[in-house]
Design a protein around this ligand. Structure first.
Ligand code: FES
Ligand code: MG
Length: 598
């Protein structure tokens, strides 16, 4: 083999394809096809690292489509640093367009990326992240394969505006549907209002799952410092793409791998950042999934212990008022981490992709606009993390404390005799179709003492776990001034939703969780002090209901993948990963190379 470039001690894995004199037949076979579009033999046998660009953008994935442009700058960075770029597509995952839910495709994209990274001559990889599930799918795969990897965000869209007011992705939908229900706008006005929130290329400009997960990638140390918040169309974004290309070559030569970066300390940092930014309730699902694939112990209890007390600093919709451009201008993730760092809330020694620690990267990062990012001393809300509830309805479910509105708090959590707790009457929906058909039927008698329950919406039931737990109240209640009812369920909800739902319940109804037993009319008690959620039904009665259950909440699968997914997927608290995939860890090291193709 030719001499290795750089300082790397372990051989580059691409040499086994492109330059292996011990196996001339196979080397010839591998090399010839990569020559056919113009790569030269000198390049392929130069000893330079082959750097994959995992391309998540396409016309089907508008949120990530700008990566098609950014990849050109990534290639230039790779080339300038002495690497050879090979770009390849990944399975598309677009959050709003994919039915029945993009949640179904995260593990599919993960599996396919694992096969690609492991089975082809790739020494290091740039993960082009953005839309909600693209980020975890890429990071999960990089964790399993464990070759040098760096994430490049595509960046948020520019701020949306309508009649002088900011309109934020997703969040405007939840507001517009209330306005439509109340007769304040018509169908055309509804579409116009929602479309105003998407003025440019990029991902959702609110603090939804995309902003959250791109910030998580940076907080974990898997992308360049300061990179998550740069809006997609800004010139800084293309420059960041170039620097990412430079960095991955350095990382590959230094053999700096995901396992060096994705330590427990890195995950705990990310949990704290998630609270401070008011991150999505999808974050624990995805971070727990990444942790399981890299082999780091992380539980929902860690989210409660490390995250619940951290105050909300970032004033972005849905919890606050600003959008992505404002967040970037105010300093982005480094400014938030700077506040946490000075308060001693971070593990400063956690290594990041650039070979420096989180503490070194943050340095003196300061807030540039104290209304968009609040200082720790004057936060938007105290104790803004997720709380984890349990009881006879489920073993665990999460609730996002940062989005509890004053109206909700006054109505449900401020009873002087029972502060922080409330009771209500269950109204159960079996799936979102059932909810949509019935919610506005006045004969149901749903009132402000009702608790809406959604079941059949989990990883197995839906399948993939649908974002349907945030249910708007009946029109008549909205017109009477009740804008949110307590909601609870085994599905997820959009990170752009400001609903304080109790969600991600595990185990879900479809696998026989407590939610399968609840009936309309049952009394439900939620107590945030004891972190409990229970149906006030005797154990004898519950045992009888379980014996009589016999209801199958799992609808028939519509595609082969739906059936395969249902057979393999675990519950939300374990990251909804394929349990049988977890044992395959760091396979580039633990499994060596795959066998030859011929
Ligand atoms: Fe793709 Fe929000 S729908 S980022
Ligand atoms: Mg969503």
């Amino acid at each position: 083999m030719t001499e290795e470039a750089g300082t790397r001690r372990t051989p580059l894995r691409s040499r086994a394809w492109f330059d292996n004199p011990d196996n001339p037949d196979m080397t010839a076979l591998y090399v010839e096809r990569y020559l056919n579009f113009g790569l030269s033999l000198e390049e392929l046998q130069s000893g330079k690292p082959i750097i994959g660009i995992a391309q998540t953008g396409s016309d089907l994935s508008p949120c990530n489509r700008h990566h098609l442009e950014l990849a050109k700058r990534v290639r230039e960075g790779i080339r300038d640093a002495g690497g050879i770029a090979i770009e390849f597509p990944t399975h598309p995952i677009q959050e709003t367009g994919k039915r029945p839910t993009a949640g179904l495709d995260r593990n599919l994209a993960y599996l396919s990326l694992v096969e690609t990274l492991y089975g082809y001559p790739i020494d290091g990889v740039v993960l082009t992240i953005g839309c909600d599930k693209t980020t975890p799918a890429c990071l999960m795969a990089a964790a399993t394969v464990n070759i040098p990897a760096i994430a490049l965000s595509v960046g948020p869209m520019l701020n949306g505006w309508f009649k002088g007011e900011r309109t934020g992705s997703g969040t405007i939908v939840w507001k517009a549907r209330e306005m439509l229900a109340a007769g304040e706008i018509d169908y055309k006005g509804f579409i116009q209002l929602v479309a105003s929130s998407a003025p440019s290329t990029g991902w959702c400009n609110t603090m939804g799952t995309a902003t959250t997960m791109n910030a998580m990638a940076e907080a974990l140390g898997m992308s360049l410092p300061g990179s998550a918040a740069i809006p997609a169309p800004y010139r800084d974004r293309a420059e960041c793409a170039y620097r990412t290309g430079l960095q991955i070559v350095e990382m590959t030569l230094a053999d700096r791998k995901p396992s060096d970066v994705l330590t427990r300390e890195a995950f705990l940092n990310a949990i704290r950042v998630n609270s401070a930014i008011g991150g999505s309730t999808n974050a624990p699902i995805h971070l727990n999934a990444i942790a399981r694939h890299i082999g780091v112990e992380l539980t929902l209890e860690d989210w409660e212990s490390y995250g619940a007390d951290v105050p909300l600093l970032v004033n972005l919709q849905p919890a606050g008022k600003y959008l992505g451009e404002d967040f970037y201008r105010a300093g982005g993730v480094p400014a938030v981490m700077g506040e946490l760092y000075r308060a001693g809330l971070l593990h400063n020694d956690a290594l990041t992709v650039n070979g420096r620690t989180i503490g070194e990267n943050i340095g003196t990062a300061e807030i540039e606009d104290g209304d968009v990012i609040r200082p720790l001393a004057t936060p938007l809300r105290p104790a803004a993390g997720l709380t984890v509830l349990s009881g006879n309805l489920f073993d665990n479910a999460v609730m996002k404390l940062s989005v509890i509105s004053d109206e909700f708090r006054a109505r449900y959590l401020s009873n002087p005799d029972d502060p922080g707790a409330f009771e209500g009457t269950a109204f159960v929906f079996d799936g979102p179709e059932d909810y949509h058909h019935r919610i506005d039927d006045p004969s149901l008698g749903i009132d402000e003492n009702s608790i809406l329950i959604m079941r059949g919406a989990g990883p197995v039931g839906y399948p993939g776990g649908a974002e349907v737990v945030n249910m708007r109240p009946p029109v008549a209640l909205i017109q009477a001034g009740v804008h949110a009812l307590p909601c609870l369920g085994d599905g997820r909800q959009s990170g752009t939703s400001g609903s304080p739902s109790i969600l991600n319940a595990a185990p879900e109804a479809a696998v026989g969780g407590g939610l399968a037993l609840v009936r309309t009319g049952d009394r439900i008690r939620i107590d945030l002090n004891t972190r409990s959620a229970n149906m006030l039904v005797s154990d004898e009665e519950l045992a009888q209901r379980r014996a009589a259950l016999g209801i199958d909440y799992v609808p028939e699968s519509q595609t082969p993948w739906q059936e395969i997914h249902r057979g393999l997927v675990g519950q939300f608290d374990g990251g909804a990963v394929f349990e049988s995939a977890v044992k395959y860890q760091r396979i580039a090291q633990s499994k060596g190379l795959p066998r030859d193709s011929h």
